[in-house]
Design a protein around this ligand. Structure first.
Ligand code: PGA
Length: 267
């Protein structure tokens, strides 16, 4: 099956409203020349306070697709309540989001997010009709100790626990080796592809072959315009989750452009 690539920009805790608006306009200006069918699935994840400065951009060709989709960077699993500082799936949907990033290593590391919490968030996101982008990845110590595969398999099994195969098929996973995030050191693309194929086999084990074939699994960790073509040429890498290089319209648009041209050339 051919899976539509995803290029997702994780803006992390960057950009004031006016800056977010300017970056958004720069991306919007690039995608206007293409249809949603030609483009990869483009997702941007601003901070909550900038969600009002961006918007979903629907395709004007009548295909019903979107040229730009919006994501939350986190959510709570309850729909409302006394959870100071949190935001629910319904609230993200209300703000125009159709995706939510969960389990990013920065959330796991600095905010003590556990596999169990990530599982509850994934279920709430899917129940609300949105798509989770579930992050996983190993530390340098884990990689050097040779436990990368078992660690990631554990993260994926825990995140997908109790989720139907149909919902798993719609979900997105992002493999982000922690040592490659924001460091400028990308994971060797053959190795990233190997780990992603391993993740796909774990998905097959827990949700069946159809879900494993349909689920889109991204690579993240210092992705740049100069690395994307090699990464996208690998069999199991379905796109990228991009931090630093998503903060400038030029580099993010170049990544979208290269991904689109590779996909169109492969057809
Ligand atoms: P980076 O971040 O592209 O800056 O390495 C990726 C991420 O954390 O999603």
């Amino acid at each position: 099956m051919s899976r539509k690539p995803i290029i997702a920009g994780n803006w992390k805790m960057h950009l004031l409203k006016s800056e977010a608006k300017e970056l958004f306009e720069g991306i919007k200006n690039y995608v206007k020349d293409y249809t949603a069918k030609e483009l990869p699935t483009v997702v941007i994840a601003p901070v909550f306070t900038s969600l009002a400065a961006v918007e979903t951009v629907a395709c004007d060709c009548g295909c019903g697709g979107n040229k730009i989709n919006i994501a939350g960077q986190n959510c709570h699993w309850e729909s409302s309540g006394a959870y100071t500082g949190e935001v629910s799936v319904e609230m993200l949907k209300d703000a125009g989001c159709s995706y939510v990033i969960i389990g990013h290593s920065e959330r796991r590391q600095y905010f003590s997010e556990t596999d169990e919490m990530i599982n509850k968030k994934a279920k709430a996101i899917l129940a609300g009709g949105l798509i989770p982008i579930i992050c996983c990845g190993e530390t340098l110590e884990q990689r050097e100790a040779g436990v990368t595969d078992s660690w990631i398999a554990g993260q994926i099994k825990a995140a997908l626990e109790g989720i139907s195969s149909a919902d798993v098929a719609k979900s997105v996973i992002a493999y982000e080796p922690i040592w490659a995030i924001g460091t400028g050191k990308t994971c060797d693309s053959d190795e990233a592809n190997r780990v992603i194929a391993m993740i796909r086999s774990v998905v097959k084990e827990v949700a069946g072959a159809e879900a494993a074939d349909a689920i889109r699994i991204l690579y993240g960790g210092s992705v740049k315009p100069s690395t994307i073509e090699e990464q996208m040429s690998k069999s199991d890498i379905d796109g990228a989750l991009i931090g630093g290089a998503s903060l400038k319209a030029d580099s993010f648009n170049e990544i979208i452009d290269k991904t689109m041209k590779l996909t169109l050339a492969a057809k």
